[in-house]
Write a new protein. Structure first.
Length: 271
């Protein structure tokens, strides 16, 4: 009997649901290929390399003026100068002359009460609040305190004030001893903040960018030399130039103080 073999009928498979297909594909090994880059995350604020300087490169006009919390030393000193200037505006001429004379850093007072007159002479503004040195004091001391701190800013100011005063008054005393000047030269009026301001300008210029440093020094130097050539008060004018030179000589010191205060020495004008 002839054997016959009947092919078994294969049933037509039914399509799988989409979820089952995905489950089957998960078990199939995938071929190597280029790895797709991960989708970028939502862009956030750029990280600052120095978070302690959130506004260092932005010009903020109100940071040019002293504040009780930002620059307390300059703010307090400015208030004292404002009070003494207002007092000078309303006091009688006789009383004012007496106070100026008692605060004067002339040779006679430097020999008797050097510490007192060196400090007392720095609470008056020669020319009052309208003096150019009054505005320069506010702007320069504020900027210097923001960079190196209040105590160090005042130290720079007093260094220029004291050294420039001695550099101008000591030669007067020696000239009187040698007979080249009359004894009245020992009692000349010498008071004000101009020597300290000039030294502070010189020191601050060393902390500024070169594009601002050299024009500032050139402008201030030209103004002081012009006053000296006018020969109206040569001793004071020489004191201003000496104080400016003292301030520029403090560049290594103030730059080291600036690095100690902040790791990045690059500063904007209003920092």
């Amino acid at each position: 009997m002839e054997r016959t073999v009947r092919a078994a009928s294969t049933p037509t498979p039914e399509p799988l649901p989409a979820g089952d297909v995905a489950a089957l594909l998960d078990g199939v090994p995938r071929q190597r290929g280029p790895v797709a880059a991960p989708a970028p995350e939502t862009a956030g604020p750029a990280l600052r390399p120095y978070p302690w300087r959130p506004t260092a490169r932005r010009l903020l006009p109100w940071r040019l003026l002293p504040t009780p919390t930002g620059t307390p030393v300059t703010f307090t000193y400015t208030a004292i100068l404002a009070l003494t200037s207002l007092f000078a505006s309303y006091a009688s001429p006789g009383l004012l002359h007496t106070l100026y004379q008692d605060s004067s850093t002339d040779v006679a007072h430097l020999l008797r009460t050097p510490v007192f007159v060196l400090l007392a002479s720095a609470v008056w503004i020669a020319g009052g609040l309208l003096s150019p040195f009054a505005l320069a004091f506010v702007l320069v001391l504020t900027a210097l305190e923001r960079r190196i701190g209040g105590a160090r800013a005042i130290l720079v100011f007093l260094t220029g004030h004291v050294l420039a005063t001695l550099a101008t008054e000591v030669p007067v005393g020696l000239a009187v001893l040698a007979g080249h000047l009359p004894d009245t030269s020992l009692h000349r009026l010498d008071y004000g903040i101009s020597f300290g301001v000039a030294a502070s300008i010189g020191a601050l210029s060393g902390l500024l960018a070169p594009w601002l440093r050299w024009p500032l020094l050139a402008l201030v130097g030209y103004s002081l030399v012009t006053d000296l050539i006018a020969f109206q008060d040569p001793m004071t004018n020489w004191g201003h130039l000496i104080a400016l030179a003292i301030g520029t000589g403090l560049w290594p010191v103030v730059r080291r103080w600036r690095r100690e205060r902040a790791p990045d020495p690059a500063l904007a004008v209003a920092a």
